[in-house]
Design a protein around this ligand. Structure first.
Ligand code: RP5
Length: 162
């Protein structure tokens, strides 16, 4: 199946974090692809990826990077698709990456999730796709209903303790 979500990491060293996004998309059967490309080490490849993503049927791009995390913004500059940035924890606990990703110049937004918040990036990507895809919408709704059920169960367990 053609990927609806494209996950790009600045380095394969980001994979242990980004596996959480892959797992959520896999568990919910939302087709995705995952690749490493670097804004600083492979700038031409990043540009050609960003320019071609929409034509390949990708709906949302998740871009993860640490340190001087230019990758999500550089991708956003060359695609009309929504880009979700994931700051990867590094030398300054990820604050360096988070500020690099979130502080975009006017006109080129990147939707930034928390440091290492790869699962949230996957869920947000699915919510964006769900706006125009009923099958994905049902998966997101089922996931959210499951979260509520988990809290209800926890409260029942608490009631037994009291
Ligand atoms: C960033 O630099 C990557 O996203 C990674 O988080 C960090 C370190 O990369 P490696 O030196 O491990 O390849 O561009």
């Amino acid at each position: 199946m053609k990927p609806l979500v494209s996950i790009i990491m600045g380095s394969t060293s980001d994979l242990p974090v980004m596996e959480k996004a892959c797992k959520w998309l896999n568990d919910n059967q939302i087709p995705f692809e995952v690749n490493a490309l670097s804004a600083h080490r492979t700038p031409d490849a990043v540009e050609s990826f960003a320019k071609g993503a929409k034509e390949r049927g990708v709906k949302v791009i998740i871009a993860a990077a640490g340190m001087a995390a230019a990758l999500p913004g550089v991708i956003a500059a060359s695609t009309p698709l929504p880009v979700i940035g994931v700051p990867i924890k590094g030398m300054l606990d990820g604050l360096d990456a988070m500020l690099s990703i979130i502080q975009m110049p006017p006109g080129i937004p990147v939707a930034t999730v928390g440091v290492n918040a790869a699962q949230n990036a996957a869920i947000l990507a699915a919510e964006m796709i769900a706006l125009a895809d009923e099958e994905v919408a049902q998966k997101v709704e089922a996931w959210k209903a499951g979260l509520g059920a988990k809290i209800e169960k926890a409260n029942q367990d608490l009631a037994e303790v009291k």
